[in-house]
Design a protein around this ligand. Structure first.
Ligand SMILES: Cc1cc2nc3c(=O)[nH]c(=O)nc-3n(C[C@H](O)[C@H](O)[C@H](O)COP(=O)(O)OP(=O)(O)OC[C@H]3O[C@@H](n4cnc5c(N)ncnc54)[C@H](O)[C@@H]3O)c2cc1C
Length: 514
């Protein structure tokens, strides 16, 4: 059969692959998008964040993809694309459970943390119901003129004459493609990692973890007084990415507006083997027995798909680019669903690969820029893994867990403010990992947090975290009168989307940015 040639071949049609394909097409490249499965299909990874949505908005505008725009906020999404399943996300909710005991509300709210991300529903973030969301994007890509081939099982990749050759089959028929550049969007342990036999690289501060998850119907609501001790929380607590944290792991609960709830557990190997995650649904039931408050909520629920067990959650490929190929961040690595870091990491990467194609294609600068992309992607994955590793170490010490998570919220809000004020260059990497002041402190704090800590040492660390956050804190995370409920208050940032935040405020905080 004849070989079809494209300038760009993107493998994997998750949201990242489809976006990348549309961007390449808009830049004038002949583009093919190759998928192993068939839409609509289940894929995990659903909860978005303000930073992810800002990055998505920028891509929609920069590459003239107006049909992506409504997906960036709950209000426009519901008004314009109500048929695409979606969840309302007003912020991040955390509860700390003791295994074997019902969750106890306490007047000082010591066992919880709520960080609001939006002052109202219209501007709120979302959980993406990926079967619908990804199908919509792939259809838009096809509508623009991207060549889309699904049900393709690629077996080999090789290089010759300035081209990569891809070979496989589609429903028993051979498929042969050649590409000037291949972009791998197949997710962790994906196509190029396997086809090229690349090594894995461990994350040093992250414990080995596993996950077990499914989609459910019939999940009950969080009781009204869950953790609120009679007071009104900053937003309805379950309109959020809800994190139920316990020693050695945590459960996520994300509610969609189509009756489906996404839920699962990520935990250390010790917890996973004690509950025998391999056994699937029965392990989930055993976990719910140990978390009786969650057991009540999930009592009447039914899984809509078989439970998926990931025996090793985190992954990083030791090599993430070659001269004629690159992995998007989600193919380069994955850490944990904690704090919904996957989408912003992925969208930063998509943005950078877009710039690479737009400004450096067939120029002498291309190899250096490609290597630069790989460096910053690895740095972002490492910084995220450091923070998540520190959070795992603090899961039985919730006061420290809360302090550590504020590092994420400070960096995320700062990055959002920088982008909204037209100064994206001040926060051009996830977790501010190219800002030497913040990133050095983040690394050292995480290293300390993963060591055994006395109560005094934990207090010293909490103070160090407060100091690290202070220069970047635009939303009162270091104000002792706030917390553990942080409503989205900042009127400059939140209430007037068309009014930029004060650039001086952002610049002052970013002194020291590279
Ligand atoms: C348990 C878990 C929970 C998560 N939760 C969140 C969250 O709440 N928020 C968040 O921001 N991030 C989350 N993440 C991370 C998130 O899943 C990823 O960032 C996101 O899915 C990346 O999207 P993608 O389009 O790059 O890849 P994917 O969504 O992984 O899509 C990859 C696509 O490639 C296709 N494919 C795979 N192999 C091949 C092949 N050989 N040939 C052709 N096609 C192939 C697949 O069928 C699929 O369609 C989570 C990750 C895990 C593991």
């Amino acid at each position: 059969m004849s070989r079809r040639h494209f300038q760009i071949v993107i493998v994997g049609s998750g949201f990242a692959g489809s976006l990348m394909a549309m961007m390449a097409h808009r830049l004038g490249f002949s583009t093919a998008l190759i998928e192993r499965g068939r839409h609509p299909r289940f894929v995990i990874g659903e909860s978005s964040t303000p930073l992810a949505n800002l990055l998505l908005e920028e891509l929609a505008d920069d590459y003239d993809l107006p049909f992506v725009r409504p997906l960036c906020k709950w209000g426009p999404w519901q008004a314009q694309l109500p048929h695409i399943g979606c969840g309302l996300k007003r912020g991040f909710t955390f509860y700390h459970h003791e295994l074997g005991r019902a969750f106890q509300p306490d007047p000082d709210r010591l066992r919880q943390l709520m960080v609001g991300a939006s002052p109202n529903e219209t501007m709120a973030d979302t959980h993406w119901y990926r079967p619908d969301f990804d199908q919509y994007l792939v259809e838009q890509a096809q509508g623009l003129g991207v060549t889309y081939l699904d049900q393709v099982e690629l077996a080999r990749v090789s290089e010759e004459k300035n081209c990569s050759h891809l070979e496989g089959n589609r429903q028993g028929e051979p498929v042969q493609l050649s590409a000037e550049f291949v972009i791998d969007a197949t997710g962790p342990r994906g196509f190029l990692h396997r086809a090229l036999g690349l090594a894995e690289k461990p994350f040093l501060l992250l414990p080995p973890t596993q996950s077990l998850f499914s989609h459910f119907t019939g999940v009950g609501p969080l009781p009204n007084d869950f953790g609120s001790a009679g007071q009104t929380p900053p937003y309805p607590p379950e309109q959020a990415a809800v994190h139920h944290v316990f020693s050695g792991g945590w459960v996520w609960v994300l509610k969609f507006n189509n009756g489906i709830t996404s839920a699962g557990v990520a935990a250390t190997d010790a917890v996973a083997s004690a509950l025998n995650f391999r056994s699937g649904e029965s392990a989930w039931r055993r976990l719910l027995e140990r978390l009786p408050s969650l057991g009540e909520i999930f009592g009447p629920s039914k899984a809509t798909i078989p439970f998926i067990h990931q025996p090793r959650l985190a992954f990083q490929s030791a090599v993430i680019h070659g001269s004629r190929w690159v992995m998007l961040p989600s193919a380069a690595g994955v850490i944990d669903p904690l704090l919904s870091t996957g989408f912003p990491l992925t969208l930063f990467g998509v943005t950078r690969v877009g710039r690479l194609l737009a400004h450096h294609w067939q120029r002498s600068t291309f190899p250096a820029e490609l290597a630069g992309y790989a460096r910053v992607t690895a740095l972002e994955l490492e910084s995220t893994a450091n923070l998540v590793g520190a959070l795992y170490a603090a899961m039985d010490r919730f006061d420290l867990f809360k302090q550590l998570s504020l590092l994420y919220f400070a960096a995320a809000h700062f990055s959002e403010a920088a982008r909204r004020s037209g100064q994206a260059q001040l926060a051009d990497s996830f977790l501010l990992c190219r800002n030497p002041v913040f990133s050095d402190e983040l690394r050292e704090i995480c290293k300390t947090a993963t060591q055994p800590l006395s109560a005094d040492a934990a207090d010293v660390l909490a103070e160090r975290i407060r100091k690290a956050i202070k220069p970047f804190d635009l939303i009162g995370l270091t104000d002792p009168s706030r917390g553990p409920w942080y409503p989205a208050l900042d009127p400059d940032i939140r209430l007037s989307p068309n009014r930029p935040v004060n650039p001086a405020l952002v610049s002052r905080a970013a002194v020291g940015s590279k």
